[in-house]
Design a protein around this ligand. Structure first.
Ligand code: P6P
Length: 302
């Protein structure tokens, strides 16, 4: 655990200014990350703390964001999915980054993202310690979606190649009528209760399969069209694949702030507690009624 020497900034002024600064750095760095992808679609030769092969682009994005976020006043710790431990960079908030989520999509040139979670506590923090979360989506265009405790709203921005960005959607909320679903993991490894839930989804003629292999692209589909995304508990991996600190908490916070719901199968992702920085959790996010249905199916598993 990386601990801070001094108490965290006050709840309003400094925290809000620090969140502004972190989100600004992430938005303005996004075009450079995007521009840096060509030529870095190759393995870096190392593994990340989760045992996944690091791509050169993972390392590039992590080093760029680490350097810039570490310089921000009132940031106390920088932690990344690519680094074993958080780095103590001063006094203040803890910033957790998945620099390039979905880098396996580099080769097929499919969507990828950068995920940021800002916690007002030492790491590993809990979902209730989040003061802001955001993701950048490297899609047909480059966008950023943010959720902040201060406003309790979700905002979508378009980021231009020069790093300037503008609001395109204020108070973004999930559509009431869900239409898309996407679930990770190999189907033979899905547990029976989850398989039955998916069959109930597939029997709904209004629901269409959308799974792109990068969580941020899939979550953005859910925020746009309504529905559910999940990387479920698996028979051979009960905690699933996604990291709670870097993926579960931030997307859970964003989707809940957008009026949806999140779950690990039994409770809000924000109530999941883990004592390791790279701990995993099953992740389900989407419309409230779909998450309720999921939890009722998974309750049979207890
Ligand atoms: P699979 C990307 O590596 C990631 O962490 C998430 O972005 C994505 O949802 C998931 O893994 C994809 O995993 O097993 O479908 O390759």
């Amino acid at each position: 655990m990386v601990t801070r020497e001094n108490p965290t900034p006050d709840e309003t002024g400094q925290t809000s200014d620090t969140v502004d600064a972190v989100l600004d750095v992430v938005a303005r760095s996004a075009p450079e990350i995007r521009e840096g992808l060509p030529g870095r679609r190759v393995a870096h030769g190392e593994e990340n703390p989760s045992g996944e092969t690091q791509m050169a682009a993972d390392v590039f994005a992590d080093e760029l964001l680490c350097e810039r976020i570490s310089e921000i006043e009132n940031v106390g710790v920088y932690a990344s999915e690519e680094r074993e431990e958080g780095i103590d960079v001063g006094n203040g908030l803890s910033v957790c980054v998945d620099p390039l989520d979905g880098s396996s999509n580099l080769k097929p040139n499919a969507a990828m993202g950068t995920i940021v979670a800002i916690y007002d506590d030492d790491l590993p923090a809990t979902g209730r310690d989040i003061v802001a979360a955001a993701y950048v989506l490297y899609g047909a265009t480059t966008t950023m979606v943010t959720a902040r405790e201060k406003t309790d709203t979700v905002t979508e921005y378009v980021i231009h190649p020069d790093g300037n960005y503008q609001v395109v959607h204020e108070e973004l909320s999930l559509p009431d009528d869900p239409t898309v679903y996407g679930f990770g993991g190999r189907v033979p490894h899905w547990v029976e209760e989850f398989r039955e839930f998916v069959e109930s989804i597939e029997s709904d003629p209004s629901m269409k399969l959308r799974y792109g292999g990068a969580m941020i692209g899939d979550v953005n589909q859910v925020l746009t069209y309504g529905g559910i995304f999940g990387y479920p508990t698996l028979g051979n991996a009960p905690e699933g694949k996604l990291r709670v600190q870097f993926e579960g908490y931030p997307v859970g916070y964003i989707v809940e702030t957008a009026g949806g719901a999140s779950s690990d199968g039994h409770q809000s992702l924000l109530d999941v507690e883990k004592d390791e920085l790279h701990a995993r959790t099953p992740v389900y996010v989407g419309n409230r009624e779909l998450i309720d249905d999921l939890e009722s199916y998974m309750a049979d598993r207890d």
